[in-house]
Design a protein around this ligand. Structure first.
Ligand code: NAD
Length: 426
């Protein structure tokens, strides 16, 4: 039996529309950048689509579609995650690749932006099927990736094990071990200490910087709600709890849980390991994913999907701070409403940059075959994120713009300067 492509092609192009609208807003403040350079940076440099078969455990052949987009390569090799999700589309990957370009430029690491994905719900595959799908997709990517060209990492639906299979597949293809081909690997094969926790912890580092600017320095007074309890959401929750903040709500794809007095995060994680979801945790009441966004809290951390905060719910959000763990969770229309209401939004390209920063550390360690301990990784991460926050805050104050526009201005200007210095080929 043969199963055709599970076409999850959506007719909404929201993420890419959002990325382009944000770019246009920032570009208005870059009158010193040549129009040709501004136009060039809007386009993805390369786009790759592949359709490939995987044999299911029951003998059926099933077709899958995968993508990889290299947005801009001016600063160095491209860097960006791989997403395994039914929501993956070429437009979503384009948006995520573009955001990676700005994120790397903003935090001053020598990478361009990329992203990839496969249209699949990984939870519907056995471990063997997941390995075969990953290895086949990785083989298809071989002409596009290398430690000098493009270095994938985990994103939604992928994890260190998936990275290990990609590292092994690439290494078997070239005939020797190439740890620097991916980041977010298990430590035993060249992964970095602190990579798994990096994005979530970085979100909290940035949240603390934002709160401090508003003289909010007592963690026990701050209530946090987190949408998405995967790598980013759960590590943010754990670190926030460790620092004494009150995490009052978390959610995953099945739904959410709420306890106004604060959840016991380790308890929720145990429950999730046993049942596969945070839902059903006893010491909390159930709450839907969209209702979670509107709960009474001080800080809202979206850490799941794009397009969650829109003009439909922006008025209802009670949090005074939004720290974007997810990529692209807020639409430009919602930005306008929230900025008007005085909500302080730290944009994705700053707030969740901890992942790519420690990925950069992992790549550097792999290339040097010289490894650092967790304290060194974390101290360097905090320094880079703190500097990026201060620079962005200063630009926002100086230009009288919101933090997202300030971050985009800084990042786009850096890439534009590099393009201008390098000149146009031929
Ligand atoms: P993950 O797969 O580990 O977790 C995703 C979480 O979101 C899970 O809890 C899942 O159940 C939940 N979810 C999925 N669909 C949902 C829906 N429709 N409604 C509510 N929740 C839903 O992924 P992750 O790596 O934690 O990534 C989450 C977000 O953070 C993504 O936007 C990703 O691009 C971004 N991000 C991740 C990293 C990283 O290092 N992993 C770095 C930067 C940004």
């Amino acid at each position: 039996m043969v199963v055709a492509l599970p076409h999850a092609i959506r007719d909404d192009l929201d993420a890419y529309k959002t990325a382009l609208a944000q770019y246009d807003r920032a570009a208005k403040h870059l009158s010193d950048v040549d129009d040709g350079v501004l136009m060039f940076m809007k386009y993805p440099r390369r786009e790759f689509t592949v359709n490939f078969p995987v044999r299911r455990d029951n003998g059926t052949m099933e077709m899958f579609t995968g993508y990889r987009v290299h947005h801009n390569t001016a600063l160095g090799p491209t860097k960006g995650g791989l997403r395994f999700s039914l929501g993956v589309t070429l437009d979503e990957v384009r948006a995520l690749a573009m955001w990676m370009t700005w994120k790397c430029a903003l935090v001053n690491i020598p990478y361009g932006g990329a992203k990839g994905g496969v249209v699949v719900d990984p939870r519907t595959l056995s471990q063997r099927e997941l390995e075969n799908l990953t290895r086949r997709y990785a083989t298809e990517l071989v002409p596009l990736i290398s430690p000098q060209m493009d270095i994938p990492a985990p994103d939604m639906g992928t994890n260190p094990q998936v990275m290990a299979w990609i590292m092994d597949t690439y290494s078997m293809t070239v005939g020797y071990s190439v740890p620097a081909i991916v980041t977010g690997k298990p430590i035993g094969i060249g992964g970095s200490h602190g990579r798994t926790q990096a994005t979530g912890r970085g979100v909290i580092v940035i949240m603390e910087a934002a709160l401090a600017k508003h003289n909010l320095t007592n963690p026990a007074d701050i209530r946090i709600a987190i949408q998405g309890f995967g790598n980013v959401g759960s590590n943010a929750a754990l670190y926030a709890e460790e620092l004494g903040y009150k995490v009052v709500a978390v959610s995953d794809v099945e739904g959410g849980i709420y306890n106004p007095n604060g959840l016991d995060i380790k308890g929720v994680i145990n429950h999730m390991h046993n049942t596969g979801t945070a839902v059903g945790y006893l010491d909390a009441e159930p709450v839907g994913n969209s209702a979670l966004l509107e709960l009474p809290c001080d800080v809202l951390i979206p850490a799941a999907l794009e397009g969650q905060i829109t003009e439909k719910n922006a008025e209802e959000i009670q949090a005074k701070f939004i720290i974007e763990g997810a990529n692209g969770p807020t639409t430009p229309e919602a930005d306008d409403i929230l900025n008007e209401r005085g909500v302080f939004i730290v944009p994705d390209i700053l707030a969740n940059a901890g992942g790519v920063i420690v990925s950069y550390f992992e790549w550097v360690q792999d290339l040097q075959a010289f490894f650092w301990d967790e304290t060194e990784v974390f101290n360097r991460l905090v320094r880079i994120m703190g500097d990026a926050f201060e620079r962005t805050y200063a630009t926002a104050t100086d230009k009288q713009v919101d933090m997202r526009t300030a971050a985009q201005i800084t990042a786009i200007k850096r890439v534009a300067d590099v393009i201008t210095t390098r000149g146009f080929y031929p």
